[in-house]
Design a protein around this ligand. Sequence first.
Ligand SMILES: NC(=O)c1ccc[n+]([C@@H]2O[C@H](COP(=O)([O-])OP(=O)(O)OC[C@H]3O[C@@H](n4cnc5c(N)ncnc54)[C@H](OP(=O)(O)O)[C@@H]3O)[C@@H](O)[C@H]2O)c1
Length: 252
Amino acid sequence: MSALDGQAALVTGSTRGIGAGIAAEFARRGAAVAVHGRDQAAADTVAAAIIRDGGKAMAATGDLTDFGQVESVRRQIEDAWGPVSILVANAGGSFTPPAPLEQIPEDGWRATVDGNLLATFLTLKSFLPGMKERRQGTIITIGSAAGRRADPRSPIPYAAAKAGIAMLTQDVAAQAGPFGIRVNCITPETILTERNQDRIPAGQQASLADAHPLKRLGTPQDVAAAATFLASDAAAWITGVIIDVAGGAVLV
Ligand SMILES: NC(=O)c1ccc[n+]([C@@H]2O[C@H](COP(=O)([O-])OP(=O)(O)OC[C@H]3O[C@@H](n4cnc5c(N)ncnc54)[C@H](OP(=O)(O)O)[C@@H]3O)[C@@H](O)[C@H]2O)c1
């Protein structure tokens, strides 16, 4: 028996980065995994790699800032496999650079808040009713260390949206707990995804790592391990928590 045997999981935003790492780990632990993004070819590629490695996967696509498309993602998976029992609302990102508040453009604010807080809200709004009806399921949201404490490296719209996701998680945990649904949030510090490897110069990676008590940056596998634990029965009495997967960079 593996930790997630027999479960159907959706990991939103799993065409690359942290989401792809969680999807691959969930599949290794026995879950059937729906790989999701807006890019069909990228979702197909990640799903095919999981299948090649002996896992079960499918691709589902849709823009999560549009509720009609979120509902379509849910139907794509339910038509193929039936209900999702593990939902990881991972899709998101920061769409403005760090800047003084008065220099933040309104469209940048909206893009970041919509791409994180609204997208997470709409994802939960689509999947939670079925979970409550079945009285079965678990949800993991992805916040950020940026939403845990003020830091000049964090763009304010991103920090505010991610802090909102943490509170949204706890409110939904309180509402859904009586239905047997657990809802938890993982808040990573800088994770060395392929994109961050390319984007952050080596010297800056080293100085960032030095600012962490554990003296290294995170990996998608670090987040995937925490997500696997939270999704599994080992976390059966854990709900409404915010887990800093942050190498000690966040101590609250
Ligand atoms: N990397 C870090 O250091 C770090 C640290 C803390 C928190 N996080 C959070 O962790 C999550 C994953 O980060 P990452 O670095 O792995 O991101 P990434 O490499 O940019 O990947 C983002 C994923 O989300 C999908 N996506 C984005 N917006 C979407 C939308 N509106 N609708 C549907 N899919 C959407 C993208 O797919 P398509 O492009 O195919 O649509 C892609 O699969 C994000 O929520 C991020 O804020 C990351």
